[in-house]
Design a protein around this ligand. Structure first.
Ligand code: F6P
Length: 358
């Protein structure tokens, strides 16, 4: 057994689930227990379990059979320690209680697997006196200071397959197909799936779109005899000037999905039929891709090495082929958006993909 400065850890998963969480739990847990003899406790339902005292030791059987599983065996929640809603509806700060429970468990470090919100909550627990280590997960891929987050590759794969499938039905009917992808306030997912799936137009929050520009690119395709167009829309995308004061979008009818609003406007402007697909939670479900399994396993193993070295209060970030430890204060509260000169955007523009801006 290798030497370790850490004797006991608690692991939790917080925020929206994503494929790769179980692979990461397995990675941290097996390396921590097997290589360094660290005791591993699982805390259930994210920060809610830390506050409400739901934890137990994880044995070898718990950590087995997880690699291919979607979701998270520790379950998750969007509960924030500093804004905890009690049963009577009152919202209270439970950071102190979370710290007390951390001490009661006898932890040397709390390992939090989560997205942007989790990084912020983790830093608040550091400030309250806990040692914390985080791993970056999210299909949105929007966490600062890491090249990539686990969950993203699987979601891009699912989005790409959806676009592949839309092609044949779009062509058969001579339709515009508008596909809405998740991503919160960033366009990584719509961009990745859009470019990989060969979408004809891609609209993302980082590039406010002009619907006339998108419509003209579709009319142009129609003039060239292309019988269909595929538009990949990020859920956070907005037209130039925003939706709020634009009645043409507000009156789009059915629901509030940006894809629906875009589709209705495109129908009017192009006089072509448009259909909407909102991919939704399918993007977060099921087994992780090999790329996500590799990433989650690598970062999980790296986390165990940092724990053994007694290096806390950092996020284990993916960097090139390897990994690096980034101080939590450099990550928390920051969002990584798509740079406008990103190579995927440049490549897509070169082959004629419309981003609604020019
Ligand atoms: O952060 C992951 C994500 O799936 C976003 O893409 C999406 O906006 C959000 O979570 C949905 O959240 P919820 O699971 O709370 O509906």
């Amino acid at each position: 057994m290798a030497e370790s400065k850490t004797r006991r850890i608690g692991i939790l998963t917080a925020g929206g689930d994503c494929p790769g969480l179980n692979a990461a739990i397995r990675g941290v847990g097996k390396a921590a227990k097997g290589e360094y003899g660290i005791e591993v406790l699982g805390i259930f339902d994210g920060f809610a379990g830390l506050i409400e005292k739901r934890w137990r030791e994880l044995g070898w059987d718990d950590l087995s059979g997880l690699l291919t599983q979607g979701g998270t065996m520790l379950r998750t929640s969007r509960v924030k320690p500093h804004k905890y809603e009690r049963e009577d509806g009152e919202v209270v700060d439970m950071t102190g209680a979370a710290h007390e429970n951390y001490r009661a468990m006898g932890l040397d470090c709390l390992v939090c697997l989560g997205g942007g919100g989790t990084q912020r909550n983790a830093l608040a627990l550091v400030e309250a006196g806990c040692n914390v280590l985080t791993l970056p997960k999210t299909i949105d891929n929007d966490i600062a200071k890491t090249d990539v987050c686990f969950g993203f590759d699987t979601a891009v794969t699912i989005g790409t397959e959806a676009i592949d499938r839309l092609h044949s039905t779009a062509d058969s009917h001579r339709r515009i197909m508008v596909l809405e992808l998740m991503g919160n306030k960033t366009g990584w997912l719509a961009l990745g799936a859009g470019v990989a799936g060969g979408a004809d137009a891609i609209v993302i929050p980082e590039i406010p779109f002009d619907i006339e520009v998108v419509a003209e690119s579709i009319r142009e395709r129609d003039r060239r005899g292309k019988r269909f167009s595929i538009v990949a829309v990020a859920e956070g995308a907005e037209p130039r000037g925003g939706f709020v004061d634009d009645d043409r979008y507000r009156d789009a009818g059915e629901g509030h999905h940006v894809a629906t609003r875009v589709a209705r406007r495109l129908e009017t402007l192009t006089e072509l039929e448009a259909r909407v697909t909102v991919l939704g939670y399918v993007q977060r479900g099921g087994s992780p891709t090999p790329t996500d399994r590799l990433l989650a396993t690598k970062l999980g193993g790296a986390a165990a090495q940092l724990l053994a070295a007694g290096e806390y209060n950092v996020m284990v970030a993916a960097r090139g082929e390897g990994w690096t430890a980034v101080p939590l204060e450099k990550v928390a509260g920051k969002r990584r958006t798509v740079p406008l000169d990103h190579e995927w955007i440049t490549a897509a523009r070169l082959i004629g993909t419309c981003f609604g801006d020019e």
